[in-house]
Design a protein around this ligand. Structure first.
Ligand code: NCD
Length: 317
């Protein structure tokens, strides 16, 4: 069993093999144990500087990465586009090269354009971690989601996972499908036809347009947020109203109880309470939503640690 990843960057889930993902999980197990200690810090990345470049809004992913970096003792610089020179017209490569010339080793980037991380990895000399590129991928979210399923159910292989909601605009959905299938889970995508991408049928998943059918089938339901900021028009161009969406695709207590079995409830956050999920389900004993957030730090520590281990480092004076 190898103790190194076969990739220099984490741009999408396909950078990782199933063995790589297993290595990330086993490394995260160790870091979870560190995070339970009174002093939640190890010196592993003491000689590494990480830049968190967030060209798109984020709360939990940004904080989760920053905490992961600090708990590994990395030096951290943060940048968000609302306060940066990108507003003055600077290109992405110029911005990043300027930051790298201050001797930054790793870049964690969130960007509105799909493929922004791949583009950057071809033009700059640093390890790049994709923290969400438009509607494309969000690999560390998929890793922490699969890790949370493994923690709750003891395995991922053979588990039936329904991913429900705005599949069309979700980077979490694609990364989850790729990651879960690599680990041998069965995946169903469920949502209105207008929020289901045409390529969904090529992903090797089941497709449903009826939430009750999906809930009866699955062991785990991952309820995605309606991405209001990506719908265009008045924010609900792809369905008649939020009320109708909630009636047909929202998970509430009545619907949960009608399934007649326990299923695990997940959500990547932020939640539109009362739209894709009601508070009585989101905050119930079946929900592992806050465990996902907690596991996010350990999984991101594992990714940073393993990628840093594979970097060519200059000898230090
Ligand atoms: C997700 C994202 O940004 O893609 N959130 C997250 O990373 N925690 C999902 C979402 O925004 O709905």
């Amino acid at each position: 069993m190898s103790d190194a990843l076969g990739t220099k960057h984490l741009l999408g889930i396909d950078d990782l093999t199933a063995d790589d993902i297993d290595l990330v999980f086993r490394t995260a197990d160790g870091f979870k144990e560190v995070l339970a200690r009174p002093i939640k810090k190890v010196p592993s990345l003491r000689d590494i500087t990480v830049a968190n470049l967030f060209f798109e809004n984020s709360t939990r992913t940004r904080i989760s990465f920053e905490l992961a970096e600090k708990r590994l003792s990395a030096d951290v610089v943060n940048f968000s586009s609302s306060t940066s020179s990108t507003k003055k017209g600077e290109t992405l490569i110029d911005t990043v090269n300027n930051i790298l010339s201050m001797k930054v080793d790793m870049v964690v980037m969130r960007h509105a354009d799909p493929g922004a991380g791949v583009f950057l990895s071809r033009h700059v000399d640093a390890c790049i971690i994709n923290a969400g590129d438009g509607t494309h991928e969000h690999p560390t979210q998929a890793l922490l989601d699969a890790y949370s399923i493994r923690e709750k159910l003891g395995r991922v292989e053979g588990v039936k996972v329904a991913i429900v909601g705005d599949i069309l605009h979700s980077r979490v959905a694609l990364s989850n499908v790729l990651c879960l299938r690599k680990l041998g889970a069965q995946v169903m995508l469920c949502g209105p036809t207008t929020l289901m991408p045409h390529h969904a049928k090529d992903l090797g998943v089941r497709i449903a347009h009826d939430l009750d059918e999906a809930l009866r089938w699955c062991d785990v339901a991952n309820m995605l947020r309606i991405q209001l900021e990506r719908q265009g028009g008045d924010g609900i161009a792809n369905f008649p109203s939020l009320r109708e969406y909630a009636m047909l695709f929202g998970l509430d207590r009545r619907r949960y109880e009608a399934i007649g079995k326990d299923i695990v409830i997940m959500h990547p956050g932020p939640i539109n309470r009362g739209v894709e999920i009601t508070s009585d389900v989101a905050d119930s004993a079946s929900s592992i939503i806050l465990h996902q957030v907690e596991n996010g730090v350990a999984v991101r520590m594992a990714v940073l640690f393993l990628l840093a281990g594979g970097m060519d480092r200059q000898p230090r004076p």
